[in-house]
Write a protein that binds this ligand. Structure first.
Ligand SMILES: O=C(O)CCC(=O)C(=O)O
Ligand SMILES: [Fe+2]
Length: 355
């Protein structure tokens, strides 16, 4: 991400409007939002809802209260769908609603106010929309606020909204709570695979990075042609997603078929990212997912990407490599850089780590 963009692309970025502005004014769909992948034109076709994504009770994944049944649910969810919905995570519904509320309030601010936190060209942090990496890129129907939230000394407060007033306090508390959950989940993942409980956590590192992405999807008059977010898998180790509590939109791909992810209002969706797929030698799956648009309703979500310390070597845990399961991935470092390089070329980044 350090390379400076070419002049043409930089110009396109400057010209790009927020999707929110487009949704208010657009009579005609700008070409570069039309998704031309294999389902292009049929994006709003009815789909099955996945009821099998396990709802996992985190209070039953913490020794001494841990149960085998809950560990099995965690493992089966993460190895089949690549995600689970977690409940009893230590955050009240009213706190989760506060996180949803600061998100909505920020995106409701006048454009001038939001633009105070604008992302700069070539930087990922701040308010804006798609980083334009190629002239042929299909754009996502979403505006975002992207912030580094952990470690604390990595926070760049010039991008943290002062309005709504509660924004920073709520986000700091949310960060602390998610950080604790990360440790619980990494250790439970290891135990669920009969491994030393610290093996994933040690690769992840004490000063692992957490980035928050606040996603706002305005209503879109062309839900058949435009995606909120194109198909991708996350480059994180794991991701926590706080979904909108009323409007669906997230879909997950399994066996070449798209499924709608249901809203479980008090739950957080936890999905595996590419780096845990690598650490687990492919047992835990980093799911390809996308977001569809809605012609009437806006939707907002908060994703927290948990990313290993950049200096850490990430590779398959020895015990998960054997004759019947040969090593599938190389050891990688600073995977996020590899991720963006490949994403830009329209490739699946994890393929670069395959042996
Ligand atoms: O908004 C959503 O439902 C998913 C967001 C997502 O996939 C992402 O931010 O990587
Ligand atoms: Fe994602």
């Amino acid at each position: 991400m350090d390379e400076s963009p070419t002049p043409v692309i930089a110009e396109l970025e400057v010209l790009a409007k927020s999707v929110q502005e487009l949704s208010l004014k657009s009579e005609k769909l700008p070409e570069n939002f039309i998704y031309r992948g294999c389902d292009g034109g049929l994006l709003d076709a009815p789909l099955p809802v996945v009821h099998e994504i396990p709802v996992v009770d985190l209070s039953l994944l913490t020794p001494p209260s841990e149960t085998i049944e809950e560990l099995e649910k965690l493992q089966s969810g993460l190895s089949s769908w690549g995600c689970i919905q977690v409940v009893n995570h230590g955050m009240t519904s009213s706190f989760l609603d506060q996180v949803r509320q600061i998100t909505k309030q920020f995106f409701e601010l006048p454009m001038e106010e939001k633009k105070k936190y604008s992302r700069e060209i070539g930087d990922i942090e701040g308010y804006g929309n798609d980083m334009i990496l190629s002239e042929h890129q299909t754009l996502d129907w979403t505006d975002r606020l992207y912030l580094t939230i952990y470690p604390e000394d990595h926070r760049r407060f010039k991008f943290w909204p002062e309005n709504p007033k509660a924004f920073s306090e709520v986000l700091k508390e949310y960060t602390e709570k998610i950080r604790k959950l990360t440790e619980v989940i990494f250790k439970a993942m290891a135990r669920s695979l009969n491994l030393e409980e610290d093996c994933f956590w040690n690769q992840y590192g004490e000063r692992a990075i957490m980035n928050a992405r606040f996603n706002y999807y305005p209503p879109c008059p062309w839900p058949d042609l435009v995606l909120g977010i194109k198909p991708h898998a996350d480059g994180s180790a794991i991701t926590f997603l706080l979904q909108d509590n009323e409007v669906e939109g997230l879909q997950i791909c399994k066996d070449n078929q798209w499924f709608k992810v249901p809203i479980v209002p008090h739950a957080l969706l936890v999905n595996v990212g590419d780096q845990v797929e690598i650490m687990s030698n492919g047992i835990l799956k980093s799911p390809v997912h996308r977001v569809v648009t809605n012609s009437e309703k806006e939707r907002s979500t908060v994703a927290v990407f948990c990313i290993p310390e950049p200096e850490k070597e990430i590779g398959p845990i020895d015990k998960l490599v054997n004759e019947s399961r040969p090593r599938l991935y190389k050891t990688v470092k600073s995977y996020v850089e590899i991720y963006f390089e490949h994403y830009q070329q329209g490739k699946r980044p994890i393929d670069a780590a395959k042996i």
